[in-house]
Design a protein around this ligand. Structure first.
Ligand code: 5GP
Length: 189
């Protein structure tokens, strides 16, 4: 997606350890117009795929996911990183956080992820694929189908994309970063 790639070139910042900072338009301050165009691009790419629900993981996936749900006119559910005492029929799994370097338990209510669901999973970044694999585990527990996964930014030099595609998951990434070494952002054209 050209608009997104140009914005990453213009405003993205590179950090040690293969981290791309996009907090001026995605992760902290957000650009709603860009986010809406991101949602439209996901909708275009998943056109014709059977989807009845959009699922994401808090916090940074919520903004793009809710706009995708708005454009597709579908409900949006987010996987929670804290287990509320009041959650009914909880499904949970463990996810390793790349940016925080720790494991945490994430959960979703079975009431909102069911066996007849065909879900589109949306997230901001695809790095090693831990969040996405956690989502696959939750979907398996519920008996739900993963219709596809959409990421705003995929870091191709980490192997999440490879893992998911090898599992047969339909993955769409709107900007693919091939390298971040030497603090240079190399975007696939
Ligand atoms: P994964 O689970 O694929 O290993 O990592 C994806 C999650 O880690 C994303 O939801 C995102 O929040 C965070 N993440 C991974 N890499 C980056 C990065 O380079 N920059 C930012 N801002 N977040 C990242």
């Amino acid at each position: 997606m050209e608009l997104l790639k140009r914005r990453i070139e213009q405003d993205g910042k590179c950090y040690e350890g293969g981290i791309l900072k996009v907090d001026s338009f995605i992760n902290h301050q957000m650009d709603p117009r860009l986010m809406y165009k991101i949602a439209e691009e996901f909708v275009k790419r998943f056109d014709g795929v059977q989807i009845n629900k959009v699922v994401t993981i808090e916090a940074s996936g919520i903004a793009p996911a809710i706009l995708v749900g708005y454009v597709m006119n579908l409900p949006v559910v987010f996987v929670k990183k804290k287990q509320p005492k009041t959650m009914e029929n909880m499904l949970s799994t463990t996810v390793h956080s790349f940016t925080k370097d720790r494991d945490y338990t994430v959960c979703i209510s079975n009431n909102f992820l069911q066996a007849d669901d065909h879900i589109l999973f949306i997230d901001d970044f695809l790095a090693y694929g831990n969040a996405a694999l956690g989502m696959i585990d939750l979907a398996e527990q519920a008996g739900a189908t993963i219709a596809g996964m959409g990421f705003i930014i995929e870091k191709a030099f980490q192997d999440g994309g490879k893992k998911l595609r090898e599992k047969g998951v339909r993955v769409e990434s709107l900007a693919i970063i091939d390298d971040l070494s030497d603090c240079k952002i190399v975007i696939r054209q």
